[in-house]
Design a protein around this ligand. Structure first.
Ligand code: MN
Ligand code: MN
Length: 321
């Protein structure tokens, strides 16, 4: 990202989170990562935008409370990342952009509002990091991004216990199991530059992977992640990086329910929280034009551990950006 030096003829200064040494982390108005609330996207390089939707869930709901709860737990995240020697706020102007007012009664209207909300961010040459919300929110985000960055161009790094390429369910096309089937059918992504990491669990039949095979989507199921190791997965991701542009979609359910129980469709046998951090760190050098972190459902959480992990993953994603 080229730093924006001037705005309105003025030299722009860096934005820093509230200093934890001089203000209590358990007090005050909650924003993502204790950053200021900034609704003008032109002032930012990255907008942290909440998308409190759960109308697309088919099992447990509650992701509408994701952004609010992640804000609370993000207060404990500090500025400097010793593991990769990065302070993201030195190179990026990031703030809490607020939430998109989605329509909780109509998923089509909610998606329209998300698309318009994201459009306003990317029209300002600012990158959205969307905090969900259920996984259906990726589709309207990709609709806005493809309009700007080209149809059929964007690659995607997708962490998930599920493939999210399911066909219609009870006559409903748009829900959290289908965003990437719709995105490919609408030519929003380049499936040859798509990698899905962490799939596990059962399928309805042995033909479940036909869509992936037909479109040339790379899949690394969880068995392969564990047999070949995190650094192998990092290499596979980097092999896909062709200097083009990518989208990052991180479904918290890629993490084992022991570490992330607060989610809509938990699946046993997943990553540890540390492995999730390692995988995000392996994304350095990829040009992400937008990202999401989805499927955190606070009502099903225990002691806030899922929201706490999500808050840390949000910070790690900023370090990669
Ligand atoms: Mn998903
Ligand atoms: Mn999932």
């Amino acid at each position: 990202i080229v730093p924006k030096i001037f705005f309105g003829g003025k030299m722009m200064t860096n934005i820093h989170p509230k200093d934890e040494l001089n203000s209590l982390i358990f007090s005050g108005v909650q924003t993502f990562l204790r950053l200021p609330h900034q609704t003008d996207p032109h002032q930012l390089d990255v907008a942290l935008v909440g998308v409190p939707l759960d109308s697309g869930t088919i099992y447990r709901n509650g992701t509408r409370f994701g952004p609010r709860e992640i804000r609370i737990h993000s207060a404990t995240v500090r500025k400097y990342n010793p593991a990769i020697q990065t302070n993201p706020y030195e190179n990026l102007r990031v703030a809490d952009y607020g939430d998109i007012d989605v329509n909780p009664f109509s998923i089509e209207d909610a998606h329209l509002k998300i698309e318009h909300g994201i459009q306003a961010i990317i029209d300002a040459d600012t990158r959205p990091l969307a905090i969900g919300g259920d996984h259906s929110i990726s589709l309207p985000i990709l609709r806005a991004l493809a309009r700007k960055h080209g149809y059929g161009q964007l690659g995607m790094i997708h962490f998930d216990a599920h493939r999210d390429t399911s066909p219609e369910y009870f006559g409903q096309k748009y829900y959290h199991g289908s965003p990437f089937r719709c995105a490919i059918e609408e030519n929003l992504l380049n499936p040859k530059k798509m990698i899905q990491i962490g799939f596990r669990g059962q399928t309805s039949d042995e033909k479940a992977f036909d869509f992936q095979i037909e479109h040339g989507i790379t899949m690394i199921p969880i068995e392969e992640v564990f047999e070949r190791g995190i650094s192998y997965v990092g290499q596979m991701i980097q092999e896909l990086n062709d200097e083009g542009q990518f989208y990052l979609s991180f479904d918290i359910d890629v993490v084992d329910p022991a570490y992330a129980p607060g989610t809509g469709t938990p699946q046993v046998g997943g990553l540890s929280s540390f492995q999730a951090l390692q995988l995000v760190r392996s994304l350095q050098g990829i040009d992400f034009v937008g990202c999401d972190l989805v499927e955190v459902s606070p009502p099903y959480d225990s002691a806030g551990i899922t929201s706490l992990l999500a808050a840390n993953l949000m910070f790690e994603i900023l370090c990669v950006l």
